[in-house]
Design a protein around this ligand. Structure first.
Ligand code: 5GP
Length: 338
């Protein structure tokens, strides 16, 4: 509804290549002539996680050069801003493509240029970047990603804020990356890790004990979803915030239906929950729609939604003074204040 659209919002879990809108895809396809794939899932459809990752592979074929990476990042920021997102953390996996001469450094450089150019336009949005480690690519690549993040943090200390762990959760063992995460942490980079998207009893406890600064999804942490009470207690003890993406989990079928989404479990415990889109392009959604969906599914009032979005600012990976400045924007939007 109108309220969710007008509400200032905070997006903390958005993969750049999964956030690409249809209109940006059309621009990119036009530069490539062929390709008639379907890049996103229609509303209400379901898929397997494997099919979700197939979409990312298709999009990656379009974003195989620095101009496309720049364009995608630039458009994604504009679209989040149009949706009244006032603070945005993007995450992306640095990629190299030999044929186009794109190195991982040029990839990150293109993303950062797009962020800077949006900044120069004085858009009403603050943007930060996390570099993502794709677990499919192994520990050495993870190590290189942290090095790259350290390097770019030196040149852009206000923009490069953290490290993400993502990629197909059924591949590899997250524990292998622990030394890499510790190094990132020592360097002042924050950790946002995809954890327990699918039941993962082996790696979860060790990763939870790092502890990460935020958890992506955490779909199967609680006993009813295949997790354990110990996982739950650890998350509660550390007060580790959860980034929750309703539509993504529904389409990807990591939850049976929304009534059984983990949001309910954690929200009832008054645990920090952040509503996010994950991949607004691939899952044909927006942060406004995710708030609406949460409102309808979990019977949240405008005041509850306002509180959720304002509280999300607490878990952002940015300086306290920026949080304080941004919180001002919520005052005028408080239900009953208009
Ligand atoms: P990129 O990092 O290329 O900007 O965005 C796409 C990538 O994000 C995918 O290849 C995948 O590694 C990661 N990703 C996007 N959505 C999800 C998700 O729901 N779960 C996991 N584990 N990874 C995801």
């Amino acid at each position: 509804e109108e309220f969710c659209k007008m509400l200032p919002k905070v997006e903390l879990h958005a993969h750049i290549n999964g956030s690409v809108s249809e209109s940006t895809i059309e621009k990119l396809v036009a530069t490539k002539q062929k390709l008639d794939h379907q890049f996103s899932f229609k509303k209400g459809s379901t898929a397997t996680l494997k099919e979700c990752f197939e979409k990312f592979r298709l999009i990656h074929q379009l974003t195989d050069n620095v101009d496309a990476v720049y364009q995608v990042t630039y458009d994604v920021i504009q679209e989040f801003c149009d949706d009244n997102v006032r603070y945005l953390e993007l995450r992306s996996t640095p990629r190299e493509v030999t044929e186009t001469g794109m190195t991982k450094e040029l990839y990150v450089d293109a993303v950062l240029r797009a962020i800077r150019d949006c900044e120069a336009e004085n858009l009403d949005i603050e943007v930060k970047l996390l570099l993502a480690i794709d677990r499919r690519n192994g520990v050495q690549v993870g190590q290189d990603t942290v090095k790259l993040a350290q390097k770019f943090r030196e040149s852009h200390p206000d923009l490069v804020v953290g490290i993400d762990l993502s990629g197909d959760p059924s591949v590899g063992d997250g524990r292998d990356f622990i030394p890499v995460f510790k190094e990132a942490k020592d360097f002042g980079l924050k950790l946002a890790l995809h954890l327990c998207e699918v039941p993962a009893l082996q790696e979860t406890m060790d990763l939870l004990c790092l502890p990460p600064d935020r958890i992506g999804h955490g779909t199967c942490l609680h006993p009813e979803a295949g997790g354990t009470q110990e996982f739950v207690d650890t998350v509660l003890t550390h007060k580790t915030p959860l980034e929750l993406c309703l539509t993504s989990n529904l389409i990807g079928q990591t939850v049976p239906d929304l009534d059984n989404h983990q949001f309910k479990f954690w929200y009832e415990k008054q645990h920090p929950c952040i509503i996010c889109t994950d991949d607004k392009g691939v899952f044909s959604t927006s942060l406004t729609e995710e708030y609406q969906l949460a409102a309808v599914t979990f019977d949240l009032s405008p005041n509850d939604l306002w509180r959720l979005s304002l509280d999300s600012m607490n878990y952002a990976f940015c300086e306290e003074h920026l949080k304080e400045k941004l919180r001002e924007k919520w005052k005028a939007a408080k239900p009953g204040m208009e």
